[in-house]
Design a protein around this ligand. Structure first.
Ligand code: ZN
Length: 124
C-alpha cells in the first residue's frame, strides 16, 4: 500500500490529509429510504466530490510527501528525525483506519441490501 502522507503547500503541515466531502449524510440516507435511484445518484455525486484538505488550514493544495517539492518544504521546516516520526506515525494510523473502513464497507453493504429488499417489497 502506498503511503498517503501529504505536505501542505500553504502552512507546511505534514501528515495525513483530512477527507472533505460535499453534501450531507442525512440527505443521502433520506434519499436511500425514499427510493434507490435518487440515493444512488446522490451517493455517486458525493463520492465524486471527495477531495482532501489540510486539517490545519483547509488548503486543498496538498502534495504527496515523496514529491521533490514536498521534500524541500519538509527539509526547511523539520529535522530528519521529525520527518521520520511523522511518516511512521501516519503509516500506523493508516493501518488502523484501513481496518475501520472494512467494517464500514460491510455495514454499508448490509444497509444497501436491506434498502433494496424494502424497495422490492414496496414495488410488489
Ligand atoms: Zn495547511
Amino acid at each position: 500500500m502506498s503511503s498517503k502522507i501529504l505536505v501542505c503547500t500553504q502552512c507546511g503541515y505534514v501528515g495525513k490529509a483530512e477527507g472533505a466531502i460535499k453534501g450531507s449524510m442525512l440527505v443521502e440516507i433520506f434519499l436511500w429510504c425514499l427510493l434507490i435511484i435518487p440515493g444512488l445518484i446522490y451517493s455517486a455525486w458525493r463520492s465524486s466530490s471527495r477531495h482532501t484538505v489540510c486539517p490545519k488550514c483547509k488548503n486543498p493544495n496538498l502534495i504527496p510527501a515523496d514529491s521533490p517539492r514536498a521534500q524541500k518544504i519538509m527539509n526547511e521546516s523539520m529535522s530528519k528525525e521529525e520527518i521520520e516520526e511523522v511518516v511512521s506515525k501516519s503509516k500506523k494510523e493508516e493501518e488502523k483506519s484501513g481496518n475501520f473502513k472494512k467494517k464500514i464497507y460491510i455495514a454499508v453493504g448490509v444497509s444497501i441490501g436491506f434498502f433494496i429488499l424494502i424497495n422490492l417489497i414496496a414495488l410488489l
